[in-house]
Design a protein around this ligand. Sequence first.
Ligand code: GLU
Ligand code: ZN
Length: 276
Amino acid sequence: MPDHVPQVTRFAPSPNGRLHLGHALSAIIAHDLARESGGRFVLRIEDIDGPRSRPDLADEFRRDLEWLGLEWDEVPAQSTRLASYGAAAERLRAAGVLFACTCTRKAIEAAGAAEGSDGLIYPGTCKHTPPDPALPAAWRLDSARALALTGPLVWEDALAGAQAVDLSGLGDVVLVRKDLPASYHLAVTLDDAADGVTLVTRGADLFGASHVHRLLQALLGLPTPRWHHHRLLLDPGGEKLAKRRGSPALAQRREAGEDGQMLARQLRLQHLSLGT
Ligand code: GLU
Ligand code: ZN
């Protein structure tokens, strides 16, 4: 990437759990890529997850990033953008690429859904037999119909190179949840456009999601950024670091008096040695 082009990057944590080392690495990479290019680094709080979102955690995130020595330019919050998600969903519905789905997780399992790259692939139940409109429904993307509208698409990952949009690993994902005016996929795509993000940096665990986001950009006429999916830090047992497996929160290390800038330096070195 030519570093004379200012890049806008973002770190987009969800305030439903504390930040751990993997988040620190993502934030550092996004921050450094923006700063090296003379661009902007956006801290976006992905707080639409209803009661699971905790405002106190968003404050904690700011203290964690400060402790790591990172400075950000703006802090948009998803909860202020619900109307834009609803409007985009309406456009997609009008274009005929969404269908209502009332299936529960259990029903999807019972229908013999195949395992995809990020959980079960929706077996198409409600696409073939439209559900009772009186029931609460999620809205799914009819990915075959959507791709037929847009034609073949590609997106560019800084490390993995050009990728042809391929939804076979994800299927007809949810774009509007039963309980919210958006899902992760819809909100993040609209937000990256609203924030002027030119380089989407995040962990390789979200690589597959970029196929959906590229398709949504084409459907909604949004600009296409580039992506940078970085390798994930692994714990000493070779497993992905995750909050659930009890890796220590950044806040715990900060409160214990550890030097955050030193930790950031170590993470930068570790990242260099991963080759990404
Ligand atoms: N809010 C998402 C998460 O915490 C980040 C998604 C993204 O970077 O696209 O996993
Ligand atoms: Zn369904």
